[in-house]
Design a protein around this ligand. Structure first.
Ligand code: SF4
Length: 295
């Protein structure tokens, strides 16, 4: 299965898209906007990022609403939410919380898992690195998934709520999943370029993998970064490898831009000259292959 071939100028076209991109407009639509204000307190920001990534399902308005609501429940202090808030009070506040299929009792269990974790560790980077050293990036995501599932804490925390474990897929166990949410969380923690937080310092940005959501996958497929029509960990690796050939030190540089080009409607996902006209990727896009409008 060969990927559609982009033009040799794809790197320049991606960079032009990046340079002209209205980051501030799209930042407001992105769950990281709720985490960035906490960056001066790395523990609180890391915990907030875990929850924000967990809730990054569905349309941006609903995600923003859910992350904002959780921030209010946590009084804006996610470090305190997981480590100091009285368990009964946290349970009470989360009783009616729901975002898509994620329920308040699952969020509460995650808070308990994180509280127990932070009692013995300074950052989830430690866990990621343990898995990363043993099995590469996928091993790091697997280690995070295992930790957040709280499997080793069951005796102390009791059984996890229904459906909880499935919230944290691992690429080593479920290669058919792109594991987007944990991969996104790690991007936020590792990259130190806007809009990411750069709170972790021992994982090289060149090792990151693309958080392959529907928008990024659609554009990646149509500009020839992958021949895979469905999202999977293999597609994550393939898109990342193509991006790494463009920028080995920062392969995920274009992730935010590709994602929000799709979210904002700047990419109609069909051939529409009125919208595609200004798109710098048009010469590379499968939608425009062989069309005079592609030049
Ligand atoms: S040319 Fe149009 S369909 Fe193709 S990536 Fe650009 S905006 Fe999307």
């Amino acid at each position: 299965m060969a990927a559609h071939r982009p033009t040799p100028q794809l790197p320049e076209h991606l960079e032009a898209l990046y340079r002209a991109f209205p980051f501030d407009r799209s930042l407001a639509e992105d769950p990281i906007s709720a985490v960035r204000p906490l960056a001066r307190d790395p523990r609180s920001a890391e915990a907030a990022a875990v929850f924000a990534a967990l809730l990054a399902i569905g349309n941006t308005t609903a995600i923003r609403g859910a992350v904002g609501h959780l921030g209010e429940i946590a009084d804006g202090d996610f470090g305190g939410f997981v480590s100091r808030m009285a368990p009964a009070e946290r349970r009470r506040r989360l009783r009616s919380f729901r975002h898509r299929w994620i329920r308040g009792d699952q969020v509460d269990y995650l808070a308990r898992v994180l509280g127990a974790y932070y009692a013995a560790h300074s950052s989830l980077e430690e866990t990621f690195l343990d898995g990363y050293v043993a099995h590469g990036f996928a091993g790091g995501i697997d280690a995070l998934a295992q930790t957040l599932r709280g499997t080793t804490l069951r005796r102390r925390l009791g059984p996890a709520p229904r459906g909880y474990t499935a919230l944290f897929p691992s690429p080593l166990e479920m290669p058919r999943s792109p594991c987007k949410r944990l991969t996104l969380f790690v991007r936020w923690m590792v990259r130190d370029r806007y809009p990411d937080l750069g709170l972790w310092h021992r994982v090289p940005a060149g090792e990151l993998r693309v958080p392959l959501d529907l928008h990024v996958h659609w554009i990646a497929y149509h500009i020839g970064l992958t021949a895979r029509k469905s999202r999977s960990w293999a597609a994550v690796e393939e898109v990342t490898e193509a991006l790494r050939r463009i920028d080995p030190l920062d392969p995920i540089r274009y992730d935010f831009v590709l994602c929000h080009t799709g979210i904002s409607g700047d990419c109609p996902k069909e051939r529409d000259l009125a919208v595609c006209g200004p798109c710098t990727l048009r010469p590379d896009c499968l939608m425009w292959r062989g069309r005079s409008g592609a030049t």
